[in-house]
Design a protein around this ligand. Structure first.
Ligand code: BGC
Length: 882
């Protein structure tokens, strides 16, 4: 008898119980209970406007039984929704082999955001002069109001050109949300957010207040010392909507009835840090009851016109928040009275200071990733980013402070001005990034590789802060498209990045030129357009999102932009060959000029042109655009032929004759079959001549191990993984890395720090090997027959140097896992196939016989021979080589 627990983890679009959903027809997802052979055959959803109605008479809809096996991103079965609408919903399913449906699952809900521009009655308001000035103090703004009756429901709809922090009647409105509403291309789009403030308002006098930060809107941005990229000073948009028990509604909006003044935040900048003077604090500034004796310093604010072309966009991605606290593991005193706190982990975020001081005492915090040889803080690689916070005591007593409108990339905090030796409470590291769900883990028998896994994870965590950034520490922190293009698959394993990247794809397409060229960075405001491997993110990232998350909507939303990129490449190519572009195999070690490898950039461009045409052929077919599919297919073939003509000799040599040239040709299917073995041979020879070392940069590195394993040289891939002399992944681990470095030689014991003009110790790009660790070392790959790991391929293979490996992933359907170990020369292990999915299982080693049993009942499923996969339905299996 199969179990019939109800569906769980109910999601509307990307999230469970989202407040402020930005669409009128949300897709619904649920997970089925895990177990052996669990498959959905039909489902039923009911929805109502209140929880009580749901059971009795669902007033929105009841689908009744719908035949259908899909449980991820099921199309909205109801009417189009409207702004502010709250919906309660439930689902039950019929499982294969069961007559009765499961019980109804837990009630889920969601609430729609303000969908239309016309829903916004609030005005944009600013404080102070909107001119050219250096980082000014952060404005505090507020408005008092009286509520005639008891509130039953209150929502604060909010946005800012810049950053906001709201307070209501003396309470923080969103203590777990920081740096909001975030960063978009403010010429086109600004994110809006909704907060439930029902418990913070009350009958009678109330005060709503907000502190504004410059953030990405008006603060320093990019490495050329520019600020105020989008506007002169930040602006606030607030719309508080309150329903009272008597049915009346009250709406308080930002407008010129608000008042503003500056306070203790003397300056706050993302790169440079925050300076807080508690002597200027405004006690009770957002509380109605307080008598404010500084009242005369509050000034009128001014209203700004709604910027032309600016679209309010309800936030899709998880908010940025303080995610974890880290207690320093060591404190040193490199100079008298200067203390250095070592978190033991490179992170992005800030430090919380707890200290008893005296009035007027100033404590200064500086942040850095590394130490100089003398044990002092190394900050040269931050370039112009000052990364310095300070706190001035307002009175004698305990300060418990953290900044609001900055963040740093750091492992070390240097603190001066304490006046006496610190204790273990003085500094706490606060890790800050988007609150995405962690989904995947990998580990194996080699602790160094496990440290590498941790470094990849932290590289992601440090750089998935509002946008996928290159680095979190220097005066850059930009959404470089090439970096996320190569890292996005690995990222999608470790975290559920679907919502985060959906938002970033909007940034990318907002920046696309009319001729179809995608920008190199998004949000874009500097640098170029249409550069190979960078601009290609516009096609590769959404395709990855469809494959990993089953998110077909991302393809629909971006189809026009993706096709336009193909059109641009077609127009600007010479008979299928792309012109030279800027970056090539960025930071490769074959480089003659420091940052460029001998792999010609037109070769890189043409390879990517072929790759993106190949993807678009599949995308067009998937969306039913058959004419386009044929066109892309033809173009794909033409570009491959052009690549071969231009870059491949009759003997199979690829121009450049370097690792990346062969990797591109092999990975993107650009060589005729007969030439492939030779290319693999040459690739291996090029690795061997370097003493089994890589020489690849951003373009080649992510392809290196996957190509070797795929083309029968898993042994060489493993050699590269376990290599710990320069250059290699484990070389960085051996030298104490806790995150991924930007360069293979960001630091070497003999030469010290690498090129200071561009040297980050927290760049995720080379972490792209994470994908291969899971696919080939653990042996778990998303299968081709269905997206979102509905089809999984398990292929464990023993590898020299490891005795065990394991990977575990919370897929959109549920938990998938594999582990294997070699015991007395024999491979054995387990796999978990999530409910409502299927898997192929085969042993990696050729010709080996194996047995699989279904755990628990030990039912023999099948005895197979490697190469002939066994198809498995959901369940927990044990396998062993015979
Ligand atoms: C960034 C890189 C980026 C590159 C492109 C660098 O400054 O940090 O990661 O992709 O520029 O040229």
């Amino acid at each position: 008898m199969k179990q019939s627990f109800p569906p769980h983890v109910l999601r509307a679009e990307y999230h469970e119980n989202p407040l402020g959903l930005g669409c009128a027809r949300p897709r619904l997802s649920w997970k089925l209970p895990s177990g052996d052979g669990i498959d959905q055959v039909a489902w039923q959803v009911r929805a109502a406007s209140t929880e009580c109605r749901l059971e009795a008479e669902p007033d929105l809809f009841d689908t009744e039984r719908q035949e259908g096996t899909e449980s991820v991103f099921v199309a909205w079965p109801g009417e189009v929704l409207t702004s502010r609408q709250r919906v309660y919903w439930q689902v039950r399913v019929w499982l294969r082999g069961q007559k009765q449906p499961t019980a109804w699952g837990k009630v889920a809900w969601f609430e729609v955001a303000l969908l239309k521009r016309s829903d916004w009655k609030a005005k944009w308001i600013s404080y102070g002069q909107d001119g050219k000035h250096d980082t000014p103090p952060s404005p505090f703004m507020r408005r008092g109001f009286t509520l005639p009756g008891a509130p039953v429901r209150a929502r604060l709809h909010a946005s800012a050109l810049g950053l906001f922090e709201f307070h209501l009647n003396g309470n923080a409105v969103h203590p777990h949300v920081v740096l909001a509403p975030g960063w978009t291309d403010f010429r086109h789009r600004v994110q809006t957010m909704v907060f439930d403030v029902t418990s913070l308002v009350h009958e009678g006098a109330n005060t709503l207040g907000a502190i504004l930060g410059e953030g990405w809107y008006a603060g320093y941005l990019s490495c050329d010392g520019k600020r105020q990229i989008y506007g002169g000073s930040p602006a606030l948009l607030a719309q508080l909507e309150i329903e009272c028990a008597d049915g009346s509604t009250v709406r308080i909006v930002s407008d010129k009835t608000w008042e503003g003044r500056t306070g203790p935040i003397r300056s706050a900048d993302l790169y440079n840090g925050e300076h807080y003077d508690a002597q200027l604090e405004l006690p009770g500034w957002a509380e109605p009851a307080q008598v404010d004796n500084t009242r005369n310093l509050w000034q009128p604010v001014y209203e700004r016109k709604w910027p032309a072309g600016l679209k309010p966009d309800p936030r899709v991605a998880e908010p940025v928040g303080p995610i974890q606290e880290i207690t320093p593991r060591q404190v040193t005193e490199p100079a008298a009275g200067v203390y250095l706190f070592d978190l033991g982990q490179n992170i992005s975020g800030w430090a919380r200071l707890r200290w008893i001081g005296r009035k007027g005492q100033v404590i200064t915090l500086r942040f850095g990733e590394m130490l100089n040889a003398d044990g002092s803080l190394y900050t040269a690689n931050l370039r112009t980013a000052k990364a310095t916070d300070s706190y001035t005591f307002g009175e004698e007593g305990l300060a418990d402070w953290q900044p609001r409108f900055t963040f740093h990339g750091f492992r070390y905090v240097e603190v001066s001005g304490l006046g006496r030796a610190p204790d273990e409470e003085t500094i706490t590291g606060i890790v800050v990034h988007n609150a995405m769900r962690p989904t995947g883990v990998f580990h194996c028998s080699d602790q160094r590789v496990n440290q590498l896994e941790s470094n990849i994870r932290w590289g992601l965590r440090s750089n998935f802060l509002e946008i996928p950034a290159d680095c979190p520490q220097r005066d850059e922190r930009l959404g470089w498209a090439g970096d996320i293009q190569i890292f996005s698959k690995t990222a999608a394993f470790f975290y559920d990045t679907d919502a985060f990247l959906t938002k970033w794809m909007r940034d990318l397409s907002d920046g696309q030129l009319a001729d179809g060229a995608f920008p190199d960075i998004a949000p874009t405001f500097i640098c170029g357009f249409g550069n190979a491997a960078w601009a290609d993110a516009g096609v590769i990232v959404p395709w990855m999102m469809y494959r990993r998350f089953g998110d077909i909507e991302i393809l629909r939303e971006n189809y026009g932009a993706m096709s336009a990129w193909i059109g641009y490449q077609e127009k600007t190519s010479r008979r299928g060959v792309r012109p030279p572009t800027v970056y090539g195999d960025w930071l490769a070690l074959d480089a003659v000029i420091p940052q460029h490898a001998p792999v010609p950039t037109d070769l890189v461009g043409t390879a990517y042109f072929a790759r993106t045409c190949g993807i678009m052929t599949q995308v067009a077919a998937l969306l039913g655009n058959w004419v386009d599919a044929q066109r892309f297919k033809k173009l794909h073939r033409q570009v491959i032929v052009a690549f071969q003509k231009e870059f491949v000799s009759v003997n199979g040599r690829v121009v450049g004759d370097c690792q990346t040239a062969y990797l591109l040709a092999l990975a993107f299917g650009l060589l005729p079959e007969v030439q492939r073995p030779k290319a693999v041979e040459r690739l291996v020879a090029l690795i061997e001549t370097r003493g089994w070392h890589l020489s690849t940069g951003f373009v080649g590195t992510p392809l290196l191990c996957p190509v070797l394993s795929r083309f029968g040289r898993h042994d060489v891939a493993m050699k590269l993984l376990l290599q710990d002399t320069y250059p290699s992944w484990l070389f960085t681990v051996k030298n104490g890395a806790t995150t991924m470095w930007e360069r293979w030689n960001s630091y070497t014991p003999d030469k010290g720090f690498g090129d200071v003009s561009m040297n980050s110790f927290n760049h995720y790009a080379y972490g792209a090997i994470g994908e291969w660790l899971v696919h080939y070392v653990a042996g778990m790959t998303p299968g081709a027959e269905a997206p979102a790991y509905r089809h999984i391929v398990f292929r464990p293979q023993p590898a020299e140097g490891l005795t065990s490996a394991a990977a575990e992933l919370e897929t959109p359907y549920g938990r998938a896992a594999i582990n294997w170990e070699v015991l007395r020369g024999k491979l054995k292990g387990e796999v978990i196939v999530p409910p409502n999915t299927f898997a192929d299982f085969t042993l990696g080693a050729p010709g080996v016989k194996y047995a699989i049993t279904l755990d628990g009942r030990k039912v023999k499923v099948r005895e197979g021979v490697s190469g002939l996969p066994s198809r498995l339905s959901s369940g927990h299996y044990v396998f062993r080589a015979l």
